[in-house]
Design a protein around this ligand. Structure first.
Ligand code: ADP
Ligand code: MG
Length: 639
């Protein structure tokens, strides 16, 4: 554009100035406007050539966001048509980057393409030189998007190949204990169950059987909400170990959970095999006796806490470990468990988690675990009526509802605000709230209190009071999140719900509506908050995990889970999930036929994987794969 006339004038309604310039080029005249940048009027004189970028507001009226003067009559070639926008780096201007890109334009034609031609044809992807040219010098938006898609796919394919190769290497290194699938115990046990396995449980059991029979040790993550029937699948696996004359252990993060597991297994087993509990509070004499029976192999099935992995615990032949709530155990503890198997073999590992992992994360950060999901609840998903409310009137109504439920013989949780800075503060707040409720709203009822600062004896006593029905209301901090199972509890009331994360809220809500009576969840908070709006309308935990990922972004979610996601240049997750799934499928297919990517048509691919995501030594790759950076959103030049 050539500047015809330029002037600075005060704005009419707001304070400040706007600079207006009449400009023109071959396409005709336009009015360019800068807000609050009075110096522009001094820097651009009539007759100057200028390149403008901004938003076209009305016909020919332009709000300038970026501008660059240029010499000569014609705009430089790198600024014609759609112009790539590069994130400027220190010392390198956007303009310089554009010029460099322009100079490299011819060289791009020589760039090798790592994607095998057959793949490119099957997926109708442009080749790499064409994609690079279109990404930097697109002639239309659609062309740019096709180029970006191709580059993002390539990036995700390389990632999945790196993960897949690492997974295979680890698998090969984990010599396991192949278990026979005789069925001497499993078959009669299955026949004795008062229910049929669901379709998903059936599939899970098949996958587990296949893993157990293999030469390398299983590493499987079984995801499913509380009540989705994970324990049944785990027990199936444990019985496989026992019917082969070996041992199995189940490890839970807390004593309460370990006790609950023991009770569940006991009920599901109906005395079929002996089992025992080992925790920190197992008395010394009992403990000695258990350890003896473990060492002789007489005891096949052990349930417990971290106590299971302490040094004096020796199994005769541990073939399988089930780890409940996998993310609560550190890597080191897991390794200690692995060391419990005899003669350097690795026990099969089955992780159970009630926190659903969205597909995006499953395919990136959890690349090392095979996964199975139980999405449906055997009993059907009874949705818990959920309300997000605020204000005194709503609060009074909520307490009224709760008193009605109690009058019907039901029970209620009151969960106090999460105080991350101090457990002591949180405990104090819960204590105060329990007192308040005892004196006011629930004057005529029995209110128990549990929080993390109580001695474990008192904690257990409070839980027991509630579980046996001798308390009507349990005021609690977030400690009730895990484990507690009281089918008679029908109301979950959460104070300052906005302090909790989406998955925590879902877990808390999962504490009610488990019996025959349905459930009610009242969240005190702002109903307009996206997180609270989501929990109010959605009951599927997997769906909520995906929404959480969308709301927070992959970097944030991974940060809190302490898992790394590699830095990506072209792809954005979870938005590019479809490409990720495609990349995984292709990676599997390619590695299946050519595990080392040695075939001539894969040599470039192998080089690309190595240079992008580290070499094949597992250590170097771990590092390259787990740069703990948020997902990069920059770096793609918008047209
Ligand atoms: P999770 O460990 O995932 O929380 P459980 O395995 O403890 O779930 O199962 C929850 C409840 O559902 C248990 O009481 C269990 O006996 C029951 N259950 C499990 N599978 C089925 C099924 N296929 N049909 C009916 N009930 C089932
Ligand atoms: Mg369970």
């Amino acid at each position: 554009m050539v500047v015809k006339e330029i002037a600075s004038r005060p704005m009419r309604r707001r304070r400040g100035v706007r600079v207006e310039a009449r400009v023109a080029d071959d396409s005709g005249p336009a009015l360019a406007i800068w807000f609050n940048q009075p110096w522009v009027a001094r820097q651009l004189a009539p007759g100057a050539n200028v390149l403008l970028r901004g938003a076209l507001k009305r016909r020919h009226e332009f709000h300038v966001r970026e501008w660059e003067p240029f010499e000569g009559a014609e705009a430089p070639v790198h600024t014609r048509g759609l112009v790539a926008m590069y994130p400027a780096a220190q010392g390198i201007t956007k303009r310089l980057l554009r010029e460099l890109a322009q100079r490299a334009r011819d060289a791009v034609r020589e760039v090798p393409d790592p994607l095998p031609a057959s793949l490119r044809v099957a997926e109708r992807l442009p080749d790499r030189p064409a994609a690079l040219a279109a990404a930097h010098f697109p002639e239309a938006d659609a062309e740019f998007e096709a180029a970006r898609r191709r580059l993002a796919f390539e990036e995700l394919l390389l990632l999945e190949l790196a993960l897949g190769r690492r997974r295979r290497a680890r698998q090969a290194a984990r010599r396991g204990t192949p278990l026979g699938l005789g069925g001497e115990l499993v078959d009669p046990w299955r026949a004795s169950l008062p229910f049929e396995l669901t379709r998903e449980q059936g599939r899970a059991v098949e996958e587990v059987d296949r893993d157990l029979a293999a030469e390398h040790a299983m590493q499987r993550l079984l995801m499913g909400e509380v009540g989705s029937g994970k324990t049944v699948v785990a027990l199936h696996a444990m019985l496989r170990a026992i019917e082969s004359g070996r041992q199995a252990a189940l490890m839970a993060p807390t004593e309460t959970l370990a006790e609950q597991h023991l009770a569940t297994l006991d009920r599901l087993l109906g005395g079929l095999v002996p089992l025992a509990l080992l925790t920190g509070s197992t008395p010394a004499s009992r403990r000695r006796e258990l350890l003896g029976r473990l060492e002789t192999g007489e005891l096949g099935l052990l349930v417990g806490t971290h106590a299971l992995i302490e040094a004096p615990v020796r199994f005769r032949d541990l073939a399988l470990t089930v780890v409940d709530e996998e993310h609560r155990f550190g890597v080191r503890q897991r390794e200690a468990l692995v060391a419990k198997a005899p003669d350097g073999r690795t026990p099969h590992l089955l992780h159970l988690t009630a926190t659903p992992i969205p597909r995006t994360l499953e395919l990136t950060s959890y690349g090392d675990l095979e996964t199975t999901a139980l999405r449906e609840l055997p009993s059907g998903r009874r949705s818990v009526e959920t309300h997000v409310v605020s204000g005194e009137r709503a609060r009074a109504r909520a307490y009224e509802r709760i008193r009605e439920e109690i009058a019907r013989g039901r029970q209620c949780f009151v969960v106090c605000p999460l105080v991350e800075v101090s457990e002591a503060l949180q405990a104090r707040a819960a204590t105060v709230e329990a007192e308040r409720l005892r004196e006011t709203e629930f004057r005529d009822h029995r209110v128990a209190l549990v929080h993390g600062q109580l001695p474990s004896r008192d904690k257990a006593a409070a839980m027991r009071e509630f579980a046996t029905g001798s308390a009507d209301v349990l005021v609690a901090t977030s400690v009730v999140e895990v484990g507690i199972d009281v089918p008679n509890a029908t109301v979950m009331l959460i104070e300052e719900a906005e302090r909790y994360g989406l998955s925590q809220l879902h877990q808390l809500r999962g504490r009610v509506g488990r019996g025959a009576h349905g459930g009610l969840c009242v969240l005190f908070g702002d109903a307009k908050l996206p997180r609270l709006a989501a929990i109010a309308t959605e009951s599927d935990g997997f769906r909520l995990a995906e929404i959480d990922l969308e709301l927070r972004g992959a970097g944030e979610v991974l940060g809190t889970r302490q898992h790394g996601l590699p830095r990506l240049k072209f792809a954005t997750l979870p938005e590019d999930e479809e490409l990720l799934v495609l990349g995984r499928a292709w990676a599997e297919r390619l590695l299946e036929g050519d595990p080392e990517l040695e075939a001539p048509e894969h040599v470039l691919l192998q080089d690309a994987v190595d240079s992008r995501f580290g070499d094949r030594s597992a250590g170097a790759q771990d590092e390259a794969l787990s740069e703990r950076s948020p997902v990069a959103r920059s770096g793609r030049p918008p047209a």
